[in-house]
Design a protein. Sequence first.
Lengths: 187, 451, 318
Amino acid sequence: MPTPMSPQPNLPTHLPALTPEQLIDRLAEQIKPHIESNLHADCALVGIHTGGVWIMDALAERFRVVGTPDIPRGVLDIAFYRDDFSRIGLHPETKPSHLPFDVEGRHILLIDDVLYTGRTIRAAMNLLFDYGRPATIKLAVLVDRGGRELPVCADYVGLKLELPADQHISLEKSEAEGLHFIMKRKP
Amino acid sequence: MKIHIKNGRVIDPASGLDAVLDIYVAASHIVGIGAPAAGPSQGRRSAPSGGSEAWGPSIPADFHANQTIDASGLIVCPGLVDLSVRLREPGLEYMATLETEMHAAAVGGITSLACPPDTDPPLDEPGLVEMLKFRAKHMPGPRVYPVGALTRKLKGEGITEMAELTEAGCIAFSQADAPLIDTQVLLRAMEYAKTFELSVWLRPQDPHLAREGVAHDGVVAARLGFPPIPVPAETVALSTILLLVRETGARVHLARLSSRAGIEMVRHAKQDGLPITCDVGIHHVHLSEMDTADFNAHCHLIPPLRSQRDRDAIRHGLEDGTIDAICSDHAPVDDDAKELPFQEAEPGATGVELLLPLTLKWARETGLPLTKALGYITQHPAAILGVDAGRIGIGRPADLCLFDPEATWVVNRANLASLGKNSPFLGLEMQGRVQYTLIDGHLDFRRGNHH
Amino acid sequence: MSANLQLTDDGRLRHLLTLDGLPARILTQILDTAASFITVTDSERDVKKVPLLRGKAIFNIFFENSTRTRTTFEIAAKRLSADVVNLNINASSQSKGETLLDTIANLSAMQADMFIVRHAAAGAGHLIARHVAPHIHIVNAGDGRCSHPTQGLLDMFTLRHYKGPFHNLRVAIVGDVLHSRVARSQIHALTTLGCPEVRVVAPKTLLPRDVENLGVHVFHKMAEGIKDVDAVLMLRLQNERMRGSRLPTAGEYYKHWGLTPDKLKLAKPDAIVMHPGPMNRGVEIDSAVADGMQSVILSQVTFGIAVRMAVMSILAGN
């Protein structure tokens, strides 16, 4: 196990010791047995905009088996299901959700970058259910940073952190650096 | 009642007088005008310049003032003469009443006014006119000169008893804003008026070309989709009227011109010697269609506010004398009839209290001297009315307006005396405010906060 | 001034009254958001609504009857999970003494969050917006001849969907521009979004004076007006205009300004045909064109729901 970053409020924020790509490798290792056991069942990957979709695509690369069809992939934008709409309004860059498969009876692996309050996952599950009744939903996240406000926990976690409320970790993607973490202190 | 108005800057557009003088008023008339009298209660003043040299210190014999008004810093001019003030009586008292609007007119410095016949019922019978004159006479406020209906019920069909109505007190005959579609009736009305040498006042508007219209047919109407009133609505009607004037020789006053093309036609007709005069509304001297672009129902006026070019032509027409007079076209409207979408709102603006400050504003903007500018709201309209008003002189009626040319005030609902709070100028600052109004030798209005 | 009334102090949309003067960033935001809402009605979804406006009360106040427009707003509101109340207020109940503002005050007291207003007079929405409580949003669903902003937006959505960025497009608006709030909204939107050539094609009796000031090129002949355009935006000709002093007959109008397959050949081969509906087949548009390959008229209807959802959700969140 890597050493979780210890909360040190007076110091500048630390980046996790492992890179996102390394964490995705670890996540893939955890998930693979589950995927393989369901490979012939109705299985689908669903990423949450935006970071979750990057991770989903990276995982899909790792799950690829030559000679077999790829696992179907869908994307969710939960802007229309957020519970803070009346406080902060509509997110200006809302993307369409797209699930190119029948959700009904399917085993869904829901993927996000950072698990924090659990509200995004709540919204994503509501959104999924508006498409149909899945058989199971499992949750995979790259980082679980603690601070849950809802009874949500992930089935697969790349890295577990305990960050104070004023610290934020987010996943970014750029041409130069590829996937990388950004730590910010917010009042 | 004898009143001594001392140290005012007296401006009389008719004579060109502009000097610091004292005025003595007794028994409804001006009985003396002279250089400020030296007295124990005041310092000696230097001799007034300009036109005052003719005026020696002339206190009429046996003049003992009951009241002295210190007009230092004020301009003393003839009481204003307004060619169009809707008093809304009879019949439209929910908009305003005779009492309130007469008072508002006095607050605005107006001492004589003509009221159009668009009351309910219209002023088409001598009894109605007599009643109006009687009621107005027993109220404080300006002298009221009713304009009689040209046709019965203003319907544009049968002509009224113009001779009888004149005896009852009408000074002219008009359709107000009601259409007169039948040109044969118009021709005969003008012939009949000419028979008695009566004046016909007409607002040129072709009812068909203006049908359903609410705004100038220009850029703003194109943008906002207001049903338009094209300029030819004015010019086509004007051309008919001018041809009939040529035919009949009737004395016609053209009311509320709005367009450059219309003013140009009047200019030529006057050069041809036709017996016509004309006026514009004070709002049209300042505003244009651009002021309607935010759907402000207070700018829904009759005729419509036209383009900036038309507004500039109105100013030019005033300066070169094509347009004789400016009136307030006072139209108090209750809130229920104004707080509606632009095209559904009752047209018109309250005006009696803004006539003077808006005329002063125009004079400041154009650099016109007050001796000239004030003529458009005193001497000239009085001449159109054909009454002895609008001038300052010994033996003339003591109708005077004393205003502070420097005083600034913001137009708001609370400080308008008129029941009509409908003004495009709400919230805007005016410069120039009436402090005293004398009508027929009586102090009819004095502003409370003046020294 | 009219633009300011629509925006909050920090430049977000507060009311949607007209497209005249709205910045391009807001128009684009609405179109982008609408694109996301398209998927809400995807066949792959069991539940064709989202919980965004759950608990909000939206009042459809129609002073001028239009079942069609009212229904599109109603569907849009319901897809956002809002509660919808429909009110048709005809002119006669208005004339019984209750003023427009009385009506609005009464409805405001019923805890409304948004009013969708259709009215026969230009600027009715502006008047209401000036008088409502600050938390209430107004959407103009058509005011006189002035503006019909959601129709203009759905037309822009459709154009962008089929034809891509606006800066490459040549667009002709054909028909009764004079009486058309749709045309005015289209013109403002197209010029704001950077469409380099907006044409209007109509007889002089159906064009406002000074219409060039709105930034359009004026054509009277169809053959010239729709030549090489990317899109033909047809306008509805109201029945009452067909006979009278503006047009002699529907037949003569059809002959000169009706969109037939032959005339459409003058436009670019891949030009699209739009119409705000309801259509007068055989008057302004030939059935062969209305139902033809180049017609996107039914897509307009579908997109209209998404655009109205976008407008309502952006407003409710601001």
